[in-house]
Write a protein that binds this ligand. Structure first.
Ligand code: FPP
Length: 251
């Protein structure tokens, strides 16, 4: 396994978990079997992120666009999600992990929302890692919802249009309160952002691997994190200006 510097880990790791369907199809299995195996990879990544002391982990579990998949697959994904949340809540409590959800929750079936509410309530006082699930999430949809709310607040006089800065905008997003991701991993060889965290990824380091999500192992995660540690994050500055490197780590 790649040796990792514990002081240079991402504070916020985001993941686009892609390739479940292809993993299954390559093995002549139903797509849902790929998602079931993908849920096992989710457990591994949550465990590893927690062990490494990563503060925020955000997983793209279901996009706004995924609703257009065959109804059977959508239903199976919702059932899998409910099962995962129910099964894992006790572990989240033991590990002091807090659940969070971003996305348009009003699209989700009632029983899924009830399960999420219960898990969010149960883990709400946990102070360790924040595990955010992006569900029925789309970056453009999130940005338009934020803009609509800001417009309402401007019309009612709660905010002045001149007061709209990137910092204020941030507070209107589903991710309000979360730091921007430092590192994004996407599996399965696709090199796209696919409408994920469009605003928040502005300075995020991106990492793409050909491995399908169900085959993504602890080793692959460590390889990705070692790659992150080799990067110089300049945030628009020059290399020479980055004399105080300590400020770019997560100490
Ligand atoms: C992308 O693979 C994956 C998804 C659309 C769903 C992700 C869901 C899981 C990993 C399992 C359940 C989640 C949790 C949090 C327990 P794809 O189906 O688009 O793969 P393909 O591109 O090969 O078709």
């Amino acid at each position: 396994m790649q040796p990792l510097d514990p002081h240079k880990l991402p504070v916020h790791l985001a993941v686009i978990m892609d390739g479940n369907g292809r993993w299954a199809q390559q093995r002549m299995l139903k797509r849902i079997v790929g998602h079931q195996r993908g849920a096992e990879t989710v457990k591994m990544v949550v465990e590893q992120a927690w062990l490494l002391g990563i503060n925020y982990l955000t997983l793209f579990a279901f996009s706004s666009e995924n609703w257009s998949r065959p109804a059977l697959e959508v239903r199976a994904l919702m059932t899998l999600l409910k099962k995962y949340i129910r099964q894992e809540t006790a572990r989240m409590m033991r590990k002091n992990i807090r659940y969070n959800v971003i996305g348009n929750r009003s699209d989700l079936p009632g029983d899924v929302n009830e399960t999420l509410d219960e898990a969010i309530r149960t883990t709400s006082l946990n102070t360790g890692m924040v595990l955010t699930l992006a569900l029925s999430y789309g970056g453009r949809q999130e940005l338009s919802r934020a803009a609509a709310q800001m417009a309402r607040d401007a019309v009612s006089g709660k905010i002045a249009p001149e007061a709209i800065t990137p910092d204020l905008f941030d507070t209107y997003l589903d991710t309000g309160g979360l730091p921007d991701p430092d590192f994004l991993i996407r599996t399965s060889g696709e090199m796209r952002i696919s409408n994920f965290l469009l605003w928040q990824l502005a300075y995020t380091e991106l990492y793409f691997t050909d491995i399908n999500w169900p085959d993504f192992t602890i080793n692959e995660l460590h390889k990705a994190l070692a790659d992150f540690q080799s990067r110089e994050r300049r945030f628009g500055k020059t290399s020479d200006q980055l004399t105080d490197r300590g400020t770019l780590s997560n100490d």
